[in-house]
Design a protein around this ligand. Structure first.
Ligand code: SAH
Ligand code: SF4
Length: 366
């Protein structure tokens, strides 16, 4: 008989850990202790849970998993400010996680699914389809992994200053977070628990392709994360081609949901717009975008496309990016151009994974 996989401790809420301890014949408060070790001290193994009896530590070691992540490879950008890691999960699937060091921020970009079912035509992850959802513990573990890495002794490899902890989380890795809602929210709750990991919910950004009903559900949560919406086109005609889910939730419905999110949470919504040469980067398209966003308290992130193998799209020229930005700013829309930092580490969504699966296509810089 196939042995069932060991349960992942990070999948369990505090209450579930207390229950597990009770099932094991331990006092329930042991569950709180384990929870604190996992979520506050961010330990990698039960061995380190020094206030637990030895036998309990041994049992946890044998019967459960603390982290599901096994590092396969990691690459740093040339400026040493970005590190991208590829991990293997217990079932053999692989996911990407990125650490970015901007000023005093330590931002981790995490994945919520293995692959993605949304099929955006310029996205490396979208091309492979959805393999499966990640569990809450698998999502939390990505942040913990880099937090542990940052906490450990001084680092010469990346330019990390101490004290070093994760300060921000962006849910912009592989997968559509709002298509994996419950595990996502369990992870947000754990990471923003002020008694343990203590991240401010204001420092957590969830990026969505635009699943309208789920944006409304997110707006109703007590935990108001920052919302980023992947727009990429100012008209339904073009967006239908680039972002197929637009046929289900067209721009009018999406914009109305963003208005509701902003009204409910009082937080500025940001929009991602990947600039593709000759596709969505003309000045009149910038004007169309400005018109679409009028009246919304928002921010636009322009990202020159990361070209992916097998895709016909190319990044816009610096000149076109500048012109596009000028039009938006002329319409008083706050705009930033996201640096193509880390492009040399295959920083586009899903690209490191693709590189490892097809080693002939993108050479890895190691
Ligand atoms: N599924 C979510 C979050 C993950 S994708 C979403 O789509 O928002 C994170 C961001 O990377 C999105 O804005 C996505 O559109 C963008 N992206 C995907 N492929 C890209 C590429 N090749 N170049 C630039 N941005 C890309
Ligand atoms: Fe999925 Fe986001 Fe990629 Fe679209 S851009 S395929 S939603 S990961």
């Amino acid at each position: 008989m196939k042995e069932s996989p060991r349960p992942l401790l990070l999948d369990l809420t505090r209450a579930e850990l207390r229950e597990l301890m009770a099932q094991w014949g331990e006092p329930a408060f042991r569950g709180d202790q384990v929870y604190t070790w996992l979520h506050k001290e961010v330990v990698a193994s039960p061995e380190e849970m020094s206030n637990l009896p030895k036998a309990l530590r041994a049992r946890l070691e044998e019967k459960t998993l603390v982290t599901p992540l096994q590092l396969i490879t990691q690459v740093d950008s040339q400026d040493k400010l970005t590190r991208k890691a590829l991990f293997r999960l217990p079932d053999g699937n692989t996911i990407e996680v990125v650490l970015m060091l901007y000023n005093e921020r330590r931002t981790v970009c995490i994945s919520t699914q293995v692959g993605c079912g949304m099929g955006c035509t310029f996205c490396a992850t979208g091309q492979g389809g959805l393999a499966r959802n990640l569990t809450a513990g698998e999502i939390i573990a990505q942040v913990h992994w880099f937090d542990r890495w940052l906490r450990q002794a001084e680092r010469g490899e990346l330019r990390v200053k101490r004290p070093a902890r994760v300060t921000n989380v962006v849910v912009m890795g592989m997968g559509e977070p709002l298509a994996n809602y419950k595990p996502l929210m369990q992870a947000v709750a754990a990471l923003s628990d002020q008694d343990t990991f203590g991240l401010s919910v204001r420092n957590i950004t969830v990026s969505t392709v635009g699943l309208v009903p789920m944006i409304d559900r997110l707006a109703a949560e007590a935990l108001a994360v920052k919302l980023a919406v992947s727009l990429h086109a100012p008209s339904n005609r073009l967006r239908n081609k680039l972002v197929p889910i637009n046929k289900t939730y067209p721009l009018e419905a999406l914009m109305a949901a963003c208005q509701r999110y902003q009204a409910k949470t009082r937080r500025r919504v940001s929009f991602e717009y990947a600039l593709m040469a000759g596709v969505n980067d003309a000045p009149d398209q910038a004007q169309q975008l400005a018109d679409l966003l009028t009246g919304l308290h928002c921010h636009v992130n322009l990202i020159p496309l990361n070209p992916t193998p097998g895709s016909p799209y190319q990044p816009s020229s610096d000149e076109d990016v500048r012109r596009f930005r000028q039009v938006l700013e002329g319409a008083h829309i706050a705009t930033t151009v996201r640096l193509r930092r880390g492009i040399e580490i295959n920083a586009g969504c899903g690209q490191l994974r693709q590189a490892v699966q097809q080693p002939d296509v993108i050479p890895l810089l190691t």
